[in-house]
Design a protein around this ligand. Sequence first.
Ligand SMILES: Nc1ncnc2c1ncn2[C@@H]1O[C@H](COP(=O)(O)OP(=O)(O)O)[C@@H](O)[C@H]1O
Ligand SMILES: Cc1ncc(COP(=O)(O)OP(=O)(O)O)c(N)n1
Length: 267
Amino acid sequence: MVYKALTVAGSDSGGGAGIQADLKTFQELRVFGMSALTAVTAQNTLGVQGVYPLPPDAVAQQMESVGTDLGADAVKTGMLFSAEIIEAVAAKVRQFGWDRLVVDPVMIAKGGAPLLQEEAVSALKTYLLPLAMVATPNIPEAEALTGLKIQSIEDRKEAAKRLHELGVKHVVIKGGHDDDGEETVDILYDGSEFFYFTSKRIKTKHTHGTGCTFSAAIAAELAKGKTVQEAVQTAKSFIQAAIEHELGIGHGHGPTNHWAYRDKQTR
Ligand SMILES: Nc1ncnc2c1ncn2[C@@H]1O[C@H](COP(=O)(O)OP(=O)(O)O)[C@@H](O)[C@H]1O
Ligand SMILES: Cc1ncc(COP(=O)(O)OP(=O)(O)O)c(N)n1
């Protein structure tokens, strides 16, 4: 059986985040990866040097090409840049009935570069999040989407409930930005219960692309028919190995190691 996943995201020339991270993750998890590019970024481990969005029609056409021929068992979205692209993507998701949809609401790169226009946040809430089987905001993204200030686990739980009210079926609020303590905790809310995914916090600055990689791993596992809880557990193990076995390349915030999880399984 060949499982297929489609990523709708931006290109990171440095290879650590965006479409490159997604396709590497799909491949590592033995899922056939396909892509619809939303924007080209000139980017490396030092930051984002340029952002060139594609026309919304070009994004829609790529999704149409995939949907009318290969089909997708799961879809994930990353950098979408504008309200117009978000609307085009949501229309295609509805057209093809892609219900195994993971929305990573990418807003700002770790270096501070905006990857989503400010006025597009409400389009995310109106058009795309209600279609999501899983949404994976980090703490600043959850704050921007809910208007809440998030300082504690209780605040994260409240934000998850508010996002669930928008129609997101499962909300994962990631803990990478909560840099207190020895652990990173990602919280999953399914509308009735909370589940906690905890790992040792790795002390490193090489976390470029962690969010993209994590959400791509969830999409890959959903493509195989796994439950959301199973998919999040595998994604957490995948990203933990990828951060732990850093590659040490570039002069800034380096990428994670996408083959570390496979190495660990085969060792
Ligand atoms: N230093 C770290 N050690 C271990 N896990 C981490 C670390 N930083 C991030 N993660 C994990 O990486 C994933 C992405 O988290 P986060 O950094 O919050 O997302 P984003 O890249 O979107 O900002 C989450 O599963 C989070 O727990
Ligand atoms: C093209 C592109 N898409 C998304 C991101 C953000 O990736 P993320 O996984 O949140 O990692 P950081 O950039 O925050 O390290 C990106 N940088 N580029």
